[in-house]
Design a binder for this molecule. Structure first.
Ligand code: VGL
Ligand code: ZN
Length: 204
């Protein structure tokens, strides 16, 4: 069995003092550090935007964070500026144990399309290459944790499943944005319906 851990966007800007804070985002760091050694391979992602990223509300006149716009036929939520390439907000949380990380995937790097998923950008066509990496190392099971439950973790988990991997979300090692309210509960149901296991780190 080739078990791979995907640590999604455990970055300063998603922690309580950051630009797009996720409530309790920092609390998952010691939890992740406690089980990171149990996997055959570890991949960590970083949201890694340029300042002209299309999902930043600041790049749309008259729009504010959490507004939605229509982009080439798909809905895109607008965000406060966050995880700008090379900024301290884009760094991993300083306490995350990155020593055991085998591969870092940086996503959302094109200005004209956002990327929630670690596999496919928001146009749902452009690949990051992560599926190729996982296939080439013979990954059989993918376990996800990180931020945020209802955006990048959710999209990444759904794509992992679609690419054919047995997929689990370690839910006590995730925190969500929950916008609109109830969003976290909705995506958990959706992931379960898609055949994704929702587990607790104690069962690893
Ligand atoms: C994320 C919103 C915008 C996430 C990234 O990591 O969940 N959410 N960019
Ligand atoms: Zn982002």
């Amino acid at each position: 069995m080739m078990k791979v851990l995907l640590i999604i966007d455990v970055q300063n800007d998603f922690c309580p003092d950051g630009a797009l804070p996720v409530e309790g985002g920092n609390e998952i760091v010691p939890v992740i550090n406690s089980f990171i050694w149990k996997f055959n391979r570890v991949v960590a992602t970083q949201d890694w935007h340029s300042a002209d990223q299309i999902s930043f509300a600041s790049n749309h006149k008259g729009k504010k964070p959490f507004d939605e716009i229509d982009l080439n036929g798909y809905r895109q939520t607008l965000w406060p500026d966050h995880c700008v390439q090379g900024s301290s907000g884009a760094d991993f949380h300083p306490d995350l144990n990155t020593i055991l990380v085998d591969l870092i995937v940086r996503k959302g790097t094109s200005a004209d399309v956002d990327s929630y998923s670690a596999f496919l950008e928001n146009d749902r066509i452009t690949k990051t290459g992560l599926d190729g990496y996982l296939t080439s190392i013979g990954a059989s099971e993918v376990y996800l944790c990180g931020l945020a439950t209802d955006f990048c973790v959710y999209y990444s988990a759904m794509d992992a499943r679609t690419f054919g991997f047995k997929t689990a979300v370690i839910i006590d090692a995730c925190r969500g944005i929950d916008v609109p309210a109830g969003n976290v509960a909705r995506v958990i149901r959706e992931m379960q319906n898609a055949g994704i296991r929702i587990i607790e780190s104690g069962s690893l």
